[in-house]
Design a protein around this ligand. Sequence first.
Ligand SMILES: NC(=O)c1ccc[n+]([C@@H]2O[C@H](COP(=O)([O-])OP(=O)(O)OC[C@H]3O[C@@H](n4cnc5c(N)ncnc54)[C@H](OP(=O)(O)O)[C@@H]3O)[C@@H](O)[C@H]2O)c1
Length: 298
Amino acid sequence: MSLAGGSGFLGESLARFLLKKSYKVIILSRKPTRSENGLRYVQWDGQQIGEWSAEVDGSYAVINFTGKSMNCIYTKKNRQEIVSSRLDSVKVLREAVKQCGSPPQVLIQAGSLAIFGDTALLGDEDSPHGTGFSVGVCKQWEAEFFKEPMYGTRQVLLRIGFALGKNGGALEPLQKLVSLNLGGTVGSGKQYISWLHVDDLNAMFLEAMESDRYSGIYNATGPHPVTNKAFMKTLRKAMGKGWAPPAPSPFVWLGAYTVMRTEPSLALTGRNCVPRRLQENGFQFTYTDLEEALRDLV
Ligand SMILES: NC(=O)c1ccc[n+]([C@@H]2O[C@H](COP(=O)([O-])OP(=O)(O)OC[C@H]3O[C@@H](n4cnc5c(N)ncnc54)[C@H](OP(=O)(O)O)[C@@H]3O)[C@@H](O)[C@H]2O)c1
């Protein structure tokens, strides 16, 4: 099976998981072609059909994780790259699948719960979309993915929540803050974190690959979102740290731009989403309790 953009935080974790399930995994990456730790990396540019498209032909499944990280300052250049890296890769993978003599059974696209914007209202897949740059990115991304029906290839899009894993992702900077005794409530603390353990996310991708019941859009998140205040308190507890002073919004703005070099909205906004369609499909979560999930990771 082929993992486009599979060299990043989520892709590497899924690749290792699939190897253990005896899948042969090929990662499409902009870095040179090579083999490493049981994985074959094949070079592509995420824009144009090339030799890499032979890897897609005959693949059981194709999963696309490609996209410039949203964890940056939204300058004009970064905004353009955030959008184009996502839309171009979706387009070129669709072209590659269309040209296959033996097309994949399923094409799975990573999306984001950011499509719901900043809201504390409990919502599922059918909730209204929000407003703002990230929402616009997600809407274009989904529209491009479902632009054309793909006969013979099932299409699934997983709107991924706040994925908690080791060595990267959104948890790493929060862990650093807690270890420095700076892991207090962020901003108002009322913004919701729709979290899930990366082990559950990997299991979701596997089920979406192997089960014909999966088609269309799913909220790929855990069943119990929490507020930022509750999240930070649980993280401090899991790391054996006591109370830490809250970080008021102006402090977060300043720290985000000057120290973290990222958008403050990533920490100050949130959404309260549940995985209704996954639960309707009978998906079994390993981690539904935040403290248990964090204790496993930190
Ligand atoms: N992590 C989360 O909690 C989370 C939550 C919601 C949604 N998502 C979405 O899930 C996907 C994967 O997330 P991740 O955390 O694994 O991201 P990541 O670690 O940043 O990996 C993304 C991969 O995309 C490729 N890439 C980056 N910029 C690119 C560009 N300009 N053109 C072409 N390829 C580019 C890179 O591969 P090469 O450098 O090898 O080419 C990189 O390894 C992303 O689309 C992200 O928006 C993630």
